[in-house]
Write a protein that binds this ligand. Structure first.
Ligand SMILES: Cc1ncc(COP(=O)(O)O)c(C=O)c1O
Length: 384
């Protein structure tokens, strides 16, 4: 496997071939299932690659004014927008940039629905529902946990929906398989099917990880086909993010120093977990490192070539352990974190002013093009 010898600074490297593989699988599912699958910008928003996406999909989903603008101005079609709470100072522009707009609550609907339709008479409005069922085990990512701030539960929804509500939106998956969707759907139907004759579309959110190797695609198609037969008036939308960026590239970094304390060796890198791979600390989630083995549990000094990998920020907890290599790590050597495209470049920060990794793409002919380098001005301009 490529160890990117030619790279000597940190770069997120997107591989076009892998991206196209995901896109063609996703567009085939959409076609066979007779649904729309749209890209969630919250997971992936590298807009210079949107021309590639446009070959496979038609629309995107936004969760803020900036994402909605990106949809219209850079992707070239209006967004399906959901935000937990719209504001007086942004709602008109969001409405202008959106083809579909979902309200999180009935109070937000009351406050803004007329204004939204004034700003965009073509827009289709929806309401987020809370099915009160989710198999997500990590609370940080569970939108259906008791006390959730997301969506309206069935007991709070009026028998007759407001006349201009045309769709339901729910999101209750995270990196899940189609078996989870199947079980979740029974809860959604039990609670909300009585309203289905009143709406035109239903968006089952993100978290459908259809590009993962073991994902059961035939089951997904079956679920979608059965659903369509039962409710022919409903157009189905899925809005995954991770599935598009899944295993499409890596973060290439370099060893800058190796330090040791109490027998624990840390290779300090020119990237940071907290700045450039934040989900690793949040989830927590142990990334694969190319040509190294994750060793779980406490650091075991007796294992040869075992290293913690440490970030270059001053946060004490900016490290993860442990990986076993097959040699002693050398200064300047590449450390390659796999699958670092989704939920990274959209979430990174410039804490400590640490230089942000560049963003590059390996084209189909094997050539690496750097799409963006970051420098002092990027750090300064965020705060000017
Ligand atoms: C409303 C909504 N839609 C879509 C997504 C995308 O989910 P994923 O990237 O897991 O597919 C999320 C993720 O949090 C979400 O909250």
């Amino acid at each position: 496997m490529d160890t990117f010898q030619q790279i000597n600074k940190p770069v997120y490297v997107l591989e076009e071939q892998r991206l196209r593989n995901n896109l063609s699988l996703i567009s085939e599912v959409a076609r066979t299932g007779g649904i729309d699958i749209i890209l969630a910008f919250k997971a992936y928003a590298l807009w210079k690659t949107f021309p590639i996406f446009r070959e496979y999909i038609r629309a995107t989903t936004a969760s803020s004014l900036s994402e909605a603008k990106l949809a219209l101005l850079e992707f070239g079609s209006k967004a399906h927008t959901f935000s937990p709470a719209y504001t007086d100072y942004e709602i008109d522009e969001i409405a202008h940039c959106s083809s579909h707009l979902t309200f999180n609550s009935l109070s937000q609907y009351q406050r803004y629905h007329q204004r939204v339709r004034q700003a965009n008479s073509e827009i289709s409005l929806g309401i987020r529902i809370n099915p009160e069922y989710s198999e997500i085990e990590t609370d940080l990512y569970n939108p259906c946990a008791p006390g959730t701030r997301f969506g309206v539960s069935a007991d709070k929804l009026p028998e007759i929906l407001p006349e201009d509500i045309e769709g339901f939106h729910c999101h209750c998956h995270c990196e899940n398989g189609s078996d989870v969707f199947q079980r979740t759907l029974t809860h959604i139907e039990d609670k909300f099917a009585k309203w289905f004759p009143q709406i035109k579309w239903i968006n089952f959110g993100g978290g459908h990880l259809m590009t993962r190797k073991d994902y059961d695609i035939p089951l997904l198609i079956q679920i979608l086909t059965d659903f369509k037969k039962k409710y022919p008036n409903l157009h189905v939308i899925l809005e995954p993010g991770s599935a598009f960026g899944w295993q499409t590239g890596s973060l290439v970094s370099q060893v800058v120093d190796v330090v040791e304390d109490k027998g624990i060796k840390t290779a300090i890198l020119n990237v940071s977990f907290t700045c450039h791979m934040p989900d690793c600390l949040e989830m927590p989630y142990w990334p694969s490192v190319r040509n190294a083995k994750v060793i779980e549990g406490r650091y075991d000094k007796s294992i040869p070539y075992l290293y913690r990998l440490g970030g270059n920020s001053c946060l004490s907890g900016d490290f993860m352990e442990s990986w076993q290599f097959d040699h002693e790590l050398q200064i300047g050597e590449n450390i390659i974190f796999e699958d670092m495209l989704h939920y990274t470049t959209v979430k990174t920060n410039m804490f400590n002013g640490i230089t942000h990794p560049s963003i590059g793409i390996v084209h189909l002919n094997g050539e690496l093009e750097i799409l963006k380098d970051f420098g002092y001005e990027d750090y300064r301009d965020r705060m000017d």
